[in-house]
Write a protein that binds this ligand. Structure first.
Ligand SMILES: Cc1ncc(COP(=O)(O)O)c(C=O)c1O
Length: 310
């Protein structure tokens, strides 16, 4: 899988199988951060990361992405300013849930340079890396890292392979933490059922055509929804470059939580309010477009009608 998609091979002992991407994130945090330590993450963000930091006893510190007419971007100076002597790790989710922000190679390099300079771990959540609408995959820390860089890659079968209910993921560890992760798995779940691991291996070995099909459907879905919402003249968004979420604002709407409830009641469409994704997300709504196109078309038209009514 790594040779085919990233042009790089790793030794098998560098991998630890976990009981989901979520479990991988929790173990990565347990391994590098403890009580009172700080972990910096980019916000708006999938909320489970900050919650997992709390479970590990650490303090999640949000650095907001900037948004301008041409998309979301990451200001390295803001990350630098958020680092304190207690900071242990930077958590980078690219492509991002919920914004679709996808770090380019230069941004990844700047984050890596900063982590090297300050002696920080990077927890890289690249679980949507194959859901990329430019090249066949998103830029990755794998493209620029040296073998001894302190990067932990968390991964999951939930997205690229649509195996969400299987609850299987993995971590690509760092040699210095291999034994730590073996212990963390031993003392949390003692491993993932063997028959599930066999299914996951088949996905890795034979799943490429399935992924291509999924990504093409998601690309068509993204374009369909963006087109219908843009035609209202009331939606503000940047077309996501990765993952399968549209994070959009509606002119005049500031309370996204109240709006999400109203949309359920009056349009019968379920969206996640931006308030769930932390600082920087408050005014937005998140729409997951990884659905059947006919369902999405119907949902997008209902949403457009709702927008025109408020
Ligand atoms: C950015 C991100 N990381 C990790 C996960 C975890 O996925 P899972 O626990 O289903 O493997 C998700 C799921 O939504 C996610 O969006």
């Amino acid at each position: 899988y790594y040779v085919r998609h990233f042009g790089k091979s790793f030794a098998e002992q560098e991998f630890i199988v976990t009981g989901s991407g979520m479990h991988a994130i929790q173990l990565a945090l347990d391994a590098v951060a403890g009580k009172g330590d700080e972990v910096v993450y980019l916000s708006p963000a999938w909320p489970n990361f900050a919650a997992a930091a709390g479970v590990a006893g650490a303090v999640p510190v949000a650095v907001t992405l900037d948004q301008s007419g041409n998309g979301w971007s990451c200001d390295i100076g803001k990350i630098e300013a958020a680092i304190t002597p207690r900071t242990k790790a930077l958590f980078v989710n690219s492509p991002s849930n919920p914004t679709g922000w996808t770090a380019d190679r230069e941004t990844l390099q700047a984050i890596l340079d900063l982590a090297r300079e300050r002696g920080l771990w990077i927890i890289a959540d690249e679980i949507y890396s194959l859901f990329h609408y430019g090249d066949s995959r998103a830029p990755s820390f794998i493209d620029i890292m040296a073998d001894d860089d302190r990067i932990l890659f968390v991964n999951s079968f939930s997205k690229n392979w649509a195996m969400t209910g299987w609850r299987v993921g993995w971590i690509k560890t760092h040699p210095s933490l291999q034994q730590v992760f073996e212990n963390l798995v031993q003392y949390s779940t003692s491993g993932v059922a063997q028959f599930m691991q066999r299914g996951a291996v088949v996905a890795l070995d034979e799943g490429d055509a399935f992924i291509v099909e999924q990504v093409e459907r998601a690309r068509a879905a993204r374009d369909l929804v963006c087109g219908i919402l843009a035609a209202t003249g009331r939606a503000r968004f940047t077309v996501p470059q990765g993952a399968f979420y549209l994070f959009f604002a509606v002119d005049g709407i500031t309370d996204s939580r109240a709006a999400a409830f109203d949309i359920v009641d009056r349009a019968n469409v379920g969206l996640a309010p931006g308030t769930a994704f932390g600082p920087g997300g408050e005014a937005f709504l998140r729409l997951c477009f990884h659905r059947r196109l006919d369902q999405l078309e119907e949902a997008a038209h209902r949403l457009a009608k709702w927008m025109k009514s408020v």
